[in-house]
Design a protein around this ligand. Sequence first.
Ligand SMILES: [Zn+2]
Length: 228
Amino acid sequence: MHRLTAALSLALAAVLASGCASRSFDAAPDGDLLRVERTPDALITALERANDHFAHAPDATTYRERDALAQSQSPPVGVLACADSRCAPEWVFEQRPGRLFVVREAGNVPDTQAIASLEYAVAMLDTRVLVVLGHSACGAVGAAASGKDPGTPALRALVASIEPAVAAHREHASGDELIGAAIDENVRRGVRALAENSPVLGAAVEAGTLRIVGAVHDLATGTVRFLD
Ligand SMILES: [Zn+2]
């Protein structure tokens, strides 16, 4: 049985190797998508080329770590961050794969799916810190502060989930000041919601094995300010 599996693996490896060679992805690509023509075909081709490089010509550390991480993961820290392209937690905290368990969606609001993902990290992967990470100039918070109809049912639901954070400051702030206060407030509410809406996370906090903290990333300076 094992011999058969090994033979199949070898055959599969040979097929994969020949397939890759025929695509002639031999040079390290320029992986910067901002320099690629903005058409679906060109962008997908760029992604394929970049991944080919990632898969077949990694640096030594990536090669070693990928091997180890393929066996298991135990990220010490989880992050609930906005989907904004400028605030990737792995980039902001300079962490390689396997270190951060990241959930992202516009406005970093802990909905049911986000809570489920973070519960998995804490219950199964020994994650000990969760960071709710907001950021300056957040478009989702800005949309909620504008009071305008965002136009689709999904966007209305997203904005509605952020509106309480805006409402808490609307009486004493406006414009950019309101958006800034709402960004902090939205993060604080996210921290509370994780502990209150999840028995798993709440119990871990209670037991002292988990801390949930809020933080706001300044896009211009790169600084992350941890909230009290
Ligand atoms: Zn955002």
